[in-house]
Design a protein around this ligand. Structure first.
Ligand SMILES: [Zn+2]
Length: 131
């Protein structure tokens, strides 16, 4: 009944980083409102700076993840998207995507799959030739 609505992992992290940046700006703004109470202003400022720095770190991390992510063309909306791990969702249409062999035969290019999977495919092909 409660089927998971998949959202792209990269998009989720990106949204989180964006929220952090806004939170940081708002915190610093609140800090300005407390100009008269120096320690309060400083506290808000420090918290704001920390969340901005954290979101920058997260953005860098997304960059690293994007390098590892598998680029594919979404079979549903035909836009290029990236997958993290074996199961992920399209960034544009939220179509759940998988690299799992159970769902092979769907529009996945073999080259994009993992090495172990490639080996399996090669093996089964060899076996087919032998038989
Ligand atoms: Zn899509």
């Amino acid at each position: 009944m409660s089927k998971l609505v998949y959202s792209s992992k990269i998009n989720k992290i990106r949204t989180f980083a964006l929220i952090l940046i806004f939170a940081g700006i708002i915190l610093m703004y609140i800090g300005i409102l407390f100009k008269k109470t120096e320690w309060l202003m400083l506290t808000f400022f420090v918290l704001g700076v920390i969340s901005v720095i954290l979101s920058v770190v997260i953005y860098l991390w997304i960059g690293m993840l994007s390098l590892k992510a598998v680029p594919i063309i979404c079979p549903t909306c035909e836009k290029p998207t990236k997958m993290l791990g074996r199961v992920d969702a399209c960034m544009h249409c939220k179509q759940p995507l998988t690299l799992d062999k159970d769902l092979e035969g769907l529009e996945f290019d073999e080259r994009y799959n993992k090495r172990t999977y490639l080996k399996e495919v090669k093996k089964s092909k060899e076996q087919n030739i032998k038989e």
